[in-house]
Every structure is written in C-alpha cells, then in structure tokens.
Design a protein around this ligand. Structure first.
Ligand code: BES
Ligand code: ZN
Ligand code: ZN
Length: 470
C-alpha cells in the first residue's frame, strides 16, 4: 500500500472514521444518522453509505487503555474490508496522535499479509493509496509505519514458511539478500568454517540433517569505529523433531516455527537499517535442523562448545540452548557488545507458565528489565520477568562434563534453560534472554491453523530506539 498525507477529507470518497468508545464527536461531523448501532467498542466496525454512495467505515478504537492495541483494530478493519476498497481510501486522523497514526499504518500493512504463500493460484494484490488527514506534516510517521509493517510481514512469511523450503542455508540467503537491499553487512558461516572456528554445539545439533547448519552474522554499524551497542542472538532451528529424543507427532508440523527468535533478529537488523537508526547492532543467527538420523547426536553424548565448556546431552530436544550457547559465546568474545539480548522459542515450560500473553524475560540487569517491560507494554508485545536464582544451578550439574543440557526434572524448565544460557555469557552484566515460545506462533483470527504473530520486531526495535536517545 501507499500512504500519503492530506489536509482534508474528501467526503465524496470512501473513508474511515476511527472513534473512541462513547465519544462519537468525530462521527457526528460526517454522519447525520441519529441512532447508529455503534458505540466505538474496540475493534468493531460498521459500514454506512455517504450521500454519493461512497463507503464510510466507522471503526471503534475503544478506550484510552486500548491505544496500545491499535494495530489490531486497523489490521482487522483492513483484513475484513479491503476487498471492497477502490484504489484509494482516506482516514480521519486529525485527532489521532502521531504514535496512533503509526500504529494504524502498521495495522494496514499487517492486514494485507497473505498466508497462502505456497498456493498455486496467487491472489491479485492491488495497490491502494491510504491517505491520512492531519494539520501536521506526518510523512515521516507514515514512512516509518510502512517500513515496520512491511518488515513484520516479511518476518511472518519466514516463520510461516515450511521447513523443506526454509533450510539453514535458505535463512543465510535471505539475510544476504536483505543486507544488499537494506545496506548492512552480512556474513554466512558455512559448515567448514563453523568446524574451523569451533561452533561444536551448532554442528552437533545439525549433524543429523542433510541440510547443513549455518551461523549468520549481520552487522549494522552506522557509527564507524565505535563499540557495538546491542548484540542480538536468535535461535534458528528450521525444524525441531526433538532429534533422537523424538517429539510426539501431535502438532509436530508447528515445529517449523522453531526459528522465531532468528526471524526477530533478522527483522530487527533489516528494520534498523531501513530506519537508519543511529545504533551499532550485531545480529547472530545460529541455525540448524534438529533431525532424526543415524548420524544425529545422541542422549549421553558429550559435546564441546564455542566457549570450550563441555556439555553432556541428556535430551536432544533441548537443542535450542546448545545453538544459542555458541551464538552467545561468539558474539560476546568477538564483538563485546554493551548489551546482549537473545530470543528463542526455547521451552514448552514458558508456555505453561505464561501462556500466549507474554514472553518469559530473564536477566540480572534491573535497568534492562525495566526498560524492556515498559517497551513491551507500549508495543503490546509484553514480557514478564522470571527468576534466575542460584538455586537452579545444581540442576545443570553433570558428573562427566562441565554441565548438562537438561535437569531431567519436569519443573522450572524455562528457568533452567535460562540458567544454562547464562553459563555461556562470560558473566556479561547486561545480558537478557527472552523465551518467546508462547508468543511467536499461535492462533489468530485470520488463519485456521496456528501461524506467525510477528512478535518481537516492534519490541526489540523500540527498545533499541530507546537506547539511541539515551
Ligand atoms: N522448540 C522447543 C520448545 C517449544 C515448545 C517451542 C513449544 C514452541 C512451542 C524446544 O526445543 C524444546 O523441545 N524444548 C523442550 C526442552 C526439554 C526437552 C528440556 C521442552 O520445552 O519440552
Ligand atoms: Zn527441542
Ligand atoms: Zn526447539
């Protein structure tokens, strides 16, 4: 879609009137129907017809507290009605804040997301111009909203893509192409290089697959010669069968989404470059397919890792923490970032703990936790902190190696996973782990099966932005 700024609404054309709950003032300016069955309830909409037979969509945007969810209201309106739109539509946005206008644009973009990427017959996508009315110049806001929405759609398409297409190599190529069109540096480390450099944990997880593992290193460094402000690490398991500790077949097809953390890292770097944020960021994606094969790593195996710490494998389904361990050690050793954040669809346990409403947040850095929580509420991509007490460390004791990858107990799984990762952070004082297993992929009103949510792109981008002004 194309977004543009207009001063006044042309009331003879199709347009949208967003209305707060119980406050239909803006509506009364345009519509003279006395008793419209509409009260502005969040994310409800109705169509009425103007004097020229033009369509007027009244959109409920609810109460003040609903503002953080505004993307959703516009996304639903766009998804439900865009088939009736002509080549342009206007939005009465004089009373919306710039932040709300940006959310509206993101919503429109997300409303055009097409999940049927692999259908033999493609739907025609039409170019619609959406014009927002405002007395201020809002063109930068419109551009920013479009870039954010477009990037989220690209990330959703990646997460929704099937694992036979989306191999680790495919993610590497995706990153390479993105780096060329958005202007940042991308290096893909292939199997030989991974062996040479000692990414033993990544290699172990990937050794059962015909699709070899890769580590993607993205560098967006606009501040030349300056330190790395933020290092991001993403779990990029393109399919998680569980390995020899094989998962049950119920919902196994959804394990194509086990690269949700990687997708956020790829999306954030691309978006930061498109938005030209003045922050030095490095993004690492540790990608492998956790497959079942005679060559797969086994429970009981002892493997090495990039850090030099040895790991006893108790369960090959606890593979995410292994690839992340190498990613974390690598980024901390090579780039010494001020802050490190890893994102991963890491545990079923976090889903049992927090459901689908928030990511599990783990950190010993209070300032980072406070900042991330704040941004989480603002973007409606919430996080909730879980503890990292020393007590949990004994669960990772191994007799034979430096540590084991699973406690063997069905308790506090998300926490012990985080404690495992912590062992590979070289006691970095500003590290955070986000377990996004419950929020990255799930039910939505727009698809019959579970699908990508796009969670994390706005959260991390806005978090990074908040650092840029500090
Ligand atoms: N990829 C899964 C975690 C997951 C579960 C993601 C549900 C999305 C939805 C992860 O690799 C895994 O299998 N974790 C195990 C760890 C256990 C074996 C220690 C889990 O959480 O059960
Ligand atoms: Zn697993
Ligand atoms: Zn996994």
């Amino acid at each position: 879609m194309i977004y543009k700024h207009i001063r006044n609404i042309d009331t003879t054309k199709d347009f949208i009137i967003p209305c707060h709950k119980g406050d239909l003032k803006s509506l009364k300016k345009f519509i003279s129907i006395e008793n419209l069955n509409f009260d502005g309830e969040f994310s409800t909409h109705q169509t009425v017809y103007g004097s020229k037979g033009n369509r007027i969509y009244v959109l409920g945007i609810g109460e003040k507290k609903d503002e953080v969810k505004l993307v959703e209201a516009f996304r639903k309106l766009c998804f439900d009605t865009n088939k009736y739109w002509n080549d342009s539509i206007e939005v009465v946005s004089d009373d919306l804040s710039e932040e709300s206008i940006k959310k509206a644009v993101i919503g429109f973009e997300l409303g055009t997301y097409e999940i049927g990427q692999f259908k033999s017959k493609k739907q025609d996508s039409k170019k619609v111009t959406v014009a927002f009315s405002s007395s201020k110049n809002i063109s930068t806001i419109l551009l920013e909203g479009r870039l954010i929405g477009e990037t989220i759609n690209r990330i959703k398409a990646l997460v929704d893509a099937p694992a036979n297409h989306k191999t680790p190599e495919f993610l590497g190529n995706w990153a390479k192409e993105s780096s060329k069109s958005s202007n940042y540096k991308c290096t893909v480390l292939h199997e030989d290089e991974l062996k040479k450099q000692g990414f033993d944990a990544v290699i172990a997880v990937g050794q059962g697959s015909v699709n070899p593992p890769v580590v993607i290193v993205n560098e967006y460094m606009p501040k030349k010669g300056k330190k790395v402000d933020i290092g991001l690490v993403g779990k990029g398991i393109t399919f998680d069968t569980g390995g020899l500790s094989i998962k049950s077949s119920t919902n196994l097809h959804y394990m194509k989404s086990d690269m949700g953390g990687a997708a956020v890292v790829l999306g954030v770097i691309e978006l930061a470059a498109k938005l030209k944020l003045n922050v030095n960021i490095v993004g690492i994606v540790a990608s492998a397919e956790n497959a079942v094969d005679s060559n797969s790593y086994r429970p009981g195996d002892v493997i090495n890792s990039y850090s030099g710490k040895t790991i006893e494998i108790i369960d090959t389904d606890a593979e995410g923490r292994l690839v992340l361990a190498d990613g974390l050690s690598y980024i901390i050793k090579k780039y010494k970032p001020e802050q490190v954040i890893d994102l991963a669809t890491l545990t079923g346990s976090v889903v049992q703990t927090l459901g689908y409403s928030a990511a599990g947040m783990f950190t010993n850095n209070k300032e980072m936790a406070d900042d991330m929580s704040k941004v989480g509420f603002e973007t409606n991509e919430r996080v909730w902190q879980l503890p990292m007490f020393e007590d949990y460390e004994s669960d990772l004791h191994s007799d034979i190696a430096d540590l084991r990858n699973f406690s063997g107990k069905p308790i506090a799984g998300a926490i012990t996973a985080a404690k495992f990762l912590e062992a590979f952070t070289e006691e970095h004082k500003s590290w955070m782990h986000l377990d996004i297993a419950g929020v990255s992929f799930g039910d939505s009103p727009y698809a019959k099966m579970k699908s990508a949510s796009g969670y994390g792109v706005q959260l991390i981008t806005n978090y990074i932005k908040s650092k840029a002004v500090k």
